[in-house]
Structures are given as C-alpha cells and as structure tokens.
Design a binder for this molecule. Sequence first.
Ligand code: SF4
Length: 272
Amino acid sequence: MAPIGTSLAALRGDMAARREGSASGAKRPARATRADGGAAAEWIPAGASLAALGAAAMGCRACHLWTLGTQTVFGEGPARARVMMVGEQPGDQEDREGAPFVGPSGALLAEGLAAAGLDRASIYVTNVVKHFKWERVGRSPRRIHKKPNAAEIRACRPWLDAEIDRVRPSMIVCLGATAAQALLGRSFRVTGQRGIPLPSPIPAARAVMATVHPSAVLRAPDAATRERARAEFFADLHAVADHLRTADGESGGVRAPGPAPTAPPRPAPRSA
Ligand code: SF4
C-alpha cells in the first residue's frame, strides 16, 4: 500500500507522467490480457503495471467516445489502496484536467471521506467509462453530461477489470447506479441496497458497497432535500470506514471518524 500521506499533488504528477509517456501516439499493444471482455481488451498490454495501464489507456480508441472527450481519464490513487471508488464517467472538469473526481462531486466526496476518517489520498478513484460523454443542448456553450449506454460500458469494462486486478482492494465502493449495475448486475437497486457491504462478485476484491454518486446530492432540487441526501451519503461513507475497521481488523488509512451523520427525517407524504 502506498503511504497514507501520499499527496494528491504526487498522484497528479504520476498521472502527468503517464500522459507524457503516451504522447508518442496511440499504438495498439500486440497482446491483450483478456480475449472475452469488451473492445478495450485489445488495448491492454499483457502483464502491464497499473502505471503502464494508465499510459496505454491514453491511446484507447476502442469505442467512439474518444472523439468526444478531451482525453482518457484513467483511475488515480495508490496501487495498493484498500478502497477503490468507482463512478460512472468523468465530468466536464475531470475531462479538461485529465483526473477523476476533481470537480464539485470530487470535493463533496473528499468532504464525506474526511468526515468518515478516510484519507482521500489513500483511496483509488476511477470510473466505469474513461471518456466524458456529453452533448450540447440548443445554443448553450455548456457540455451536458450524457449517460453512457450499455455498449459503451461494455467496451470500456476491461480497463476497470484491469484496475481492480492490479489494486486488489478490500472494498469497492460503487458511486451511483451505473457503477453499481456494472459490477453487481442490472437488477441491483442503489436505493434499496445502499450502504450495505456485500461479498464481491469479483475475486480480486473482497467486498462491494454501493451508494449514490455525489453529483446526485449536488443536483437535489432544494436545500432540504440536498441536506438529507448529503447526510445519507456521508452515512454510507461512515459504513465504508466501519467495514474496513471490522473486516480487516486493522486501522491503516482510517482515522477516528466524526459522529456519524443522521439524516433528517423524510417528510411525510402529502395526502391527495
Ligand atoms: S470510453 Fe473507454 S473504451 Fe471507449 S475509447 Fe475511451 S477508454 Fe476506450
């Protein structure tokens, strides 16, 4: 495991090195690690280290999304992280900066992790899909997030499998339904099964837990709903820290957390 104090700046430096290493252009590696995965399997060098995977991913052209995104946004974090957080895809800011969870969602995630006693720099963060899928609406200059479809998720999946295989985390935390359903099946419902540690269906990880994507908290329609969603999200991150303490029987990477947040009571449904 990388030192708990590994700074985000150091991790970003590693990402920059990876991008520089791939600057010579997109080259399809001679051999794939898996023949049965999505289209990206052909771009994965056999036996590559995590850093080499990141460099190879910069040149991936396995689906059309590379034409939309500015760059591949590969995972970031210690190669022996105990926790891997998996989101859907990079957002606008992540696409521009080339690093995952650096925008408003990343800030909320970092805040929740700190409240739970987890060091953001000790956690590996990544996405199911590595390019930003977006569209323009009307004449607005804004790039609006567009959900990746099943074919795009399938095409990109070998990168995520390779990351899990190299990091071998104690726990994978799925942030949002896209990540949860990619790893736990299409019938998985985050609303009904969030915050519960489950046995991992992937041998390289021990447990999986799902919660909402932090962007869902930020998109809440009003202050009261947002506050409740934030408290519930933070409570799920406390559950991650609790699981690490009990399941692994050690405290590395987990500080004493603040008090677990209690979500405000949901408003009673209005009578018609
Ligand atoms: S989204 Fe994934 S599979 Fe598609 S080009 Fe980007 S890295 Fe490759």
